[in-house]
Ligand binder design. Structure first.
Ligand SMILES: Cc1cc2nc3c(=O)[nH]c(=O)nc-3n(C[C@H](O)[C@H](O)[C@H](O)COP(=O)(O)OP(=O)(O)OC[C@H]3O[C@@H](n4cnc5c(N)ncnc54)[C@H](O)[C@@H]3O)c2cc1C
Length: 438
């Protein structure tokens, strides 16, 4: 039997359609000019797209691939930014979106890896629970978020996907066994944010809180300093906000909500009992309260303008002949206190999109692209002034690398899972010191 017929005999969808293979062989790494150049569509192409619809089909697919020495790259919605779902050695792209079962089990939610976070949140809210964190790409999958994402709405309180977000997971190893195993607690570490190189997540159980009433509050300010003066107080509210994003005027007109393009924008997802306090702080800080919206759907609109999204909106608004823009993911007090020193790390116009972390600010720093070397030199300059940076311009696993390598020796002895992403010494700068307080 050929690989294809063996797979088809398992009852999974198998496709060799070129357009589909092209589509699922890329992700949103196109937001990085470095990765645009290194990973143009079509350079790396899956040979087969395989779509399981039941959990037990995943280990069965991996067992067949193992026997045939065929690489497998897991994929959710393909919204990852780092090219980390690109099948460098071809083989199978395993589209997990058919695994979309969601179930609330007391204080947690168990979801198939391919369930969209919009659905996971909807089911959780209907059962009176709030999932801890979801990314601004809420239509992405929970398996992809755990496998490749990090932070988002909920991060002010619950930090990242590596900080207790996952309670347990069912994992399919690539060891020829055709089996599944369950991991929980500290044993989850090598499976979170390691791009599927240690095993395919079949389902995940994530933490929730009792549901709260969330309110979208929009404010605006006449200067960056005024915006920051309020932004920096928001983690101290009696109930932490779910999100607090800020943008400079350069980023404001491209947001999907009409806001004054001359003013600095603040958008907060505040817990209902803290709304009056947020409003007072905005007004007391020389700001204007633009809008208070109490419908939960309105808070999703605010989430959809957070993290990488303003960078994407700005990139989309540019004419084709404009200089390309890149961003770096950053954190640290200089983003609040010394924005000019931050901007001076790159030449040309530099813009800041602010987020609030538990212990300080985070930002997407957006600048004009003039080459990878200059981009990396700017990262060193940022670090020299105390800004922590995570580079979104490389595809290597950059969290728990040694632990992932040790685990993969057992769970993927032939190195067939998402090849090319797990190396001990990446040839490019893959620093990840975001969140480091200097
Ligand atoms: C505009 C924009 C905004 C974004 N905002 C955020 C944000 O707020 N926060 C954030 O953290 N990220 C953000 N991202 C990145 C990305 O959208 C999220 O991390 C998203 O949750 C990834 O899910 P996905 O289903 O698209 O995963 P994919 O892109 O399909 O996969 C991501 C990685 O996980 C691996 N993977 C996928 N499924 C599995 C599985 N079941 N088992 C093991 N490995 C798997 C893939 O191989 C890949 O390496 C943003 C991206 C864009 C383009």
């Amino acid at each position: 039997m050929t690989l294809e017929s063996e797979l088809a005999a398992l009852g999974v969808e198998v496709s060799t359609d070129r357009d589909l293979r092209l589509k699922v062989s890329s992700d949103w790494s196109r937001m990085s000019p470095v990765l645009q150049d290194k990973l143009p569509p079509g350079r790396y192409l899956a040979d087969l797209v395989v779509r399981p619809t039941s959990p037990d089909q995943v280990p069965a697919v991996l067992a067949v691939a193992y026997r045939h020495d065929v690489p497998v790259t897991p994929r959710g919605a393909g919204t990852g930014n780092y090219g980390q779902a690109t099948p460098f050695d071809g083989g199978i792209v395993l589209d997990l979106r058919g695994l979309d079962h969601v179930e609330v089990t007391g204080e947690t939610v168990r979801a198939g890896a391919g369930a969209k976070l919009t659905t996971v949140d909807e089911v959780a809210r209907a059962a009176g629970r709030d999932i801890w964190i979801f990314p601004s790409t809420k239509g992405s999958t929970v398996g992809g978020f755990v496998g490749g994402g990090s932070a988002g709405t909920g991060t002010v309180e619950h930090r990242t996907t590596s900080d207790g977000y996952v309670v347990s997971a069912t994992v399919a190893p690539m060891d020829g066994s055709g089996s599944l195993f369950t991991v929980s607690g500290k044993d989850l570490e090598p499976y979170v944010h390691t791009y599927g190189v240690t095993g395919v997540l079949v389902d995940v159980e994530i933490r929730t809180d009792p549901a709260r009433e969330w309110v979208a509050v929009y404010g605006s300010f006449g200067s960056y300093a005024d915006l920051v003066a309020v932004h920096r107080t928001l983690a101290d509210l009696p109930v932490r906000p779910r999100l607090a994003s800020g943008d400079e005027p350069a980023l404001v007109p491209t947001l999907p909500v009409a806001l004054d393009p001359e003013r600095w924008s603040l958008r907060v997802i505040a817990e209902a009992s803290t709304v009056d306090e947020v409003v007072d702080r905005i007004r007391g800080g020389c700001g204007e309260v633009v809008r208070v919206a109490r419908d939960y759907a309105e808070t999703d609109v605010v989430s959809g303008m957070s993290y990488n999204h303003p960078v994407y909106f700005l990139q989309q608004s540019l004419p084709a002949d404009a200089p390309r823009l890149f961003h770096v993911e950053s954190s640290g007090e200089p983003l609040w206190d010394s924005p000019d020193a931050v901007r001076a790390c790159y030449s040309g116009p530099v813009h800041l999109h602010l987020e609030l972390f538990q212990h300080g600010p985070g930002a997407m720093i957006v600048a004009e692209y003039s080459g990878e070397e200059e981009l990396l030199a700017g990262i060193r300059r940022l670090e020299s002034i105390g800004v922590g940076v995570h580079s979104p311009h490389q595809w290597y696993v950059d969290r728990n690398v040694e632990l992932a390598r040790e685990t993969a020796r057992r769970t993927d002895p032939k190195g067939l899972l998402n090849p090319g992403k797990l190396v001990s010494s990446p040839p490019v700068d893959s620093r990840v010191n975001i969140g480091v307080v200097r």
